[in-house]
Design a protein around this ligand. Structure first.
Ligand code: ADP
Ligand code: ASP
Ligand code: MG
Length: 458
């Protein structure tokens, strides 16, 4: 991340996720949250309305597999969802795109990005119009004009220097008035060279917000979602989960990477780089304290701050007697994984074998294929779940492992990773036992604390 300019005045980035823009009431609520912060010069990033990205991708998939009439049912559903906000003709080009995909007979990664981007394109236009109706000079900007990425369709990476350069014109927009908000669709970028539409990966609007924050030298990056901040566990799994007031970048990154969907795993990279605080707030409860994520960990009475989990994890094991005292085996293995674009979350090794988890379990068969070598016995295990405890000082705290594994003593634990980072202890169990494991860990580590003082500074 080379070139960077700091915006002279104050400005903040406010990102609203799918449920915060899912219907008229949600859009109105989110617009009012923006209006209350106009004096801070908000750059608003919005997701597609909840469920729209899935519907768009389903429409594209059906069109690509020759089922155009079923695809058009999804199109009509999308049209109905948006018709209360936009003139009907605004979706004509999407209809054309679906017919084109149908004729091509495939839904390529490129076409997937062009189709998926429609959700954010429409929603950002709708959000800007809603602000204007409330008397705000909302300026809609196209993410493609600002976020320049590589050509990795479906999981594109920003090209920092090019992207930061584009943002240099943004302060001009804020100069004239303090009634201005900028509105941009998240998730979308444009490929270097030809400007073709790319996307940053599912859930990528959080990452877009952080990219904008870093490019603008923002005062803070606010992620507005449907829960009261980052919590001690996914509240959909543990109903008694509590909001964590403060987290360090390192802790929040571990949580996001190990399954806490509330933040896209890459969100904190640009924020960390420019040392910009990130807040997670609830758009349905805007008065709540939310979670503040900053560089330094705040001392708090809880050693474990949160428990993240991932369902449907796969493990690959490579066994070979040639590994015994051999040099370079792991190097060779990871070079192969790199060549097929597979990234690994957890690794465990013994004298003659190595096991690792895949961050995308659908790639299991492809990895098995790529690792077929003489003298290597390769196997794939599916249906596992990963639980991960995060806390600033876990590595040096005695007795943690005993409490963790004592609370799930009768469970079959498949793989353990502890001590590589200061902040996490992760392990695998059978997929069916994952939720129960998270419940038990939550009771073990959080039952004795007063929710009101949980993770307060001091
Ligand atoms: P948005 O549409 O706003 O981007 P997401 O659905 O992507 O929202 O993320 C919010 C969801 O993340 C919450 O509804 C919650 O179920 C889930 N989640 C998982 N782990 C956590 C956690 N530790 N803290 C808060 N929410 C979590
Ligand atoms: N709309 C995109 C998705 O559903 C991006 C996002 O919501 O952050 O994955
Ligand atoms: Mg999200």
């Amino acid at each position: 991340m080379g070139c960077f300019f700091a915006f002279g005045g104050k400005m903040i980035v406010m990102k609203f996720g799918g449920t915060s823009v899912e219907d008229t009431a949600a859009i109105d609520r989110s617009c009012r949250i923006v209006i209350e912060r106009l004096h801070r010069q908000p750059f608003v990033v919005v997701s597609a309305m909840a469920g729209v990205t899935n519907d768009l991708l389903e429409a594209g998939r059906l069109a690509g597999s020759g089922k155009i009439s079923e695809s058009l049912e999804f199109f009509e559903r999308l049209e109905r969802r948006h018709e209360e906000f936009l003139p009907k003709g605004d979706l004509t080009n999407l209809l054309g795109l679906l017919h084109w995909i149908n004729e091509a007979g495939e839904f390529s990664p490129r076409a997937q990005d062009s189709v998926a981007a429609w959700g954010e394109d429409l929603c950002s236009e709708i959000f800007a119009r809603a602000l204007r109706r409330l008397g705000i000079e909302a300026i809609h900007i196209d993410a493609r004009d600002f976020i320049v990425t590589d050509r990795n369709f479906g999981n594109a990476r920003p090209l920092w220097d090019k992207t930061f350069k584009k943002f240099q014109i943004i302060p001009e927009f804020f100069k004239e008035t303090n009634r201005t908000a900028l509105v941009m669709g998240g998730f979308i970028g444009s490929a270097v060279e030809d400007g073709e539409t790319t996307t940053l990966g599912r859930g990528g609007s959080d990452y877009s917000a952080a990219i904008v924050g870093a490019a603008m030298g923002a005062e803070e990056i606010q992620i507005w979602t449907d829960v009261d901040g980052m919590m001690t566990a996914d509240p959909k799994i543990v109903s008694t989960a509590r909001t964590i007031r403060c987290l360090s970048f390192a802790e929040a990154s571990e949580l996001a990477s190990f399954g806490a969907k509330v933040l896209h795993p890459r969100t904190l990279e640009p924020a960390m780089d420019k040392n910009i605080p990130v807040y997670v707030f609830n758009s349905r409860n805007p008065g709540g304290a939310g979670t503040r994520i900053t560089r330094d960990a705040v001392p708090c009475q809880n050693i474990v701050k949160s428990i993240a989990c991932k369902r449907d994890v796969s493990v690959i094991t490579v066994e070979t007697s040639r590994m015994l005292k051999a040099v370079g085996f792991l190097g060779k293995l990871f070079t192969i994984l790199e060549s097929i674009g597979v990234s690994v979350d957890m690794v465990a090794t013994s004298e003659v074998s190595v096991s690792f988890t895949l961050d995308d379990s659908s790639k299991g068969p492809q990895v098995l294929d790529a690792l077929r070598r003489p003298h290597w016995a390769v196997s794939l295990e599916n249906n596992l779940g990963l639980a991960c405890l995060v806390g600033n000082d876990l590595k040096w705290t005695p007795g943690i492992a005993a409490r963790v594994f004592g609370s799930i003593r009768e469970f079959h634990v498949r793989m353990i990773s502890h001590g590589a980072s200061m902040t996490n202890l992760a392990f695998l169990v059978r997929r069916q036992q994952l939720e129960e494991a998270v419940h038990r860990l939550h009771s073990e580590f959080f039952s004795e604390f007063d929710p009101k003082v949980f993770a307060e500074p001091g």
